[in-house]
Design a protein around this ligand. Structure first.
Ligand SMILES: [Ca+2]
Ligand SMILES: [Ca+2]
Length: 300
């Protein structure tokens, strides 16, 4: 291949890559913002902007919404964040899907002139939890009994339940068989609704391996709050509480890691090389600024 041809091919693939990155910016930032503005604008009609005597009320509402919309817009982050190769499209697509759900909810509230709900949704328009279920220690043995073998011990699994969710629709870990100190080391990504504030880890003993008996028995739970600490990994080890009395089971503990992300900007700044495990804090974004997409496209 001639040198000229090689160079032409390199230029070609570089410009294709650039186009893909601009498309990423369009899909995840531009389109979402446009849809949000469209959804909120329906409120103006529903509230009845033109009705005489309502001017002050309408002005107050709009002022509050403007401030919130500015904050949402800022949370999307700089354009340049979307134009980096290292940002994983899968995670962004997951984030966009959740945003779209919330935006369509906002448009529904706008049609009903439900300002309070719109405010709640704008304040919490994006939420995603990255969770690592690490391990439990000193769980009680629910499989102990006169007719059972001495090796038969609790087979623990954990259900991750956000408030308001039915247990059956929640994700859960694998079962660790016959172990009172089970290690799961399993990672989950959970979309969070604007009014969800707590995640409960519910620990069960699975009895699926037994001829008689129910599917699983309750062991205990640990509840995590997450909204007050966004953008940094939290690592906790806590006592397991009894389902019946909400008091600690003797000596049983549960360990988990949790990262709550509440803006697209934070999502974009997660370091994909570190995976879920090793990211202690999100990377700084200060050095990513850019004037225009055109400038980006002409930089080959
Ligand atoms: Ca067992
Ligand atoms: Ca069991």
């Amino acid at each position: 291949m001639t040198l000229l041809k090689q160079r032409q091919q390199m230029n070609m693939s570089a410009s294709m890559l650039q186009s893909e990155l601009v498309l990423k910016l369009w899909r995840h930032q531009t389109v979402n913002l446009l849809e949000l503005f469209k959804a909120v604008s329906m409120l103006a009609q529903a509230v009845g902007l033109e009705k005489p005597g309502k001017e002050q009320e309408v002005r107050d509402v709009m002022e509050g919404l403007n401030t919130r919309l500015r904050a949402v817009q800022a949370g999307f982050g700089e354009m340049s964040l979307y134009l980096r190769e290292e940002v994983e499209d899968d995670i962004l697509a997951l984030g966009s899907a959740q945003l779209k759900k919330n935006i369509s909810q906002i448009s529904e509230y706008a049609g009903k002139a439900d300002v309070k709900s719109i405010q709640l949704y704008l304040d919490n328009i994006f939420g995603m939890l990255f969770v690592k279920v690490v391990k439990a220690s000193k769980l009680p043995n629910l499989d102990a009994g006169f007719f059972k073998s001495s090796q038969d011990m609790t087979d623990a699994c954990v259900v991750l339940r956000l408030c308001g969710q039915g247990r059956e629709e929640c994700p859960q870990t694998a079962v660790v068989k016959d172990d009172l100190n089970p290690t799961w080391d399993e990672e989950f990504i959970l979309p969070v609704l604007p009014d969800q504030k707590k995640l409960t880890f519910e620990i069960f003993d699975s009895d699926e391996d037994q001829w008689v008996g129910r599917g699983r028995d309750e062991i205990g739970f640990v509840t995590a709050t997450f909204r007050h600490e966004s953008g940094a990994w939290i690592k906790r080890k806590e006592p397991v509480l009894s389902f019946k009395s909400s008091t600690p089971l003797s000596k049983s503990t549960f360990e988990y890691h949790l990262l709550f992300v509440n803006t697209f900007q934070q999502l974009l700044c997660m370091d994909p090389d570190d995976g879920l495990d090793a990211v202690d804090t999100l990377r700084l974004v200060a050095n990513h600024t850019m004037q225009s997409v055109n400038y980006f496209l002409t930089q080959t």
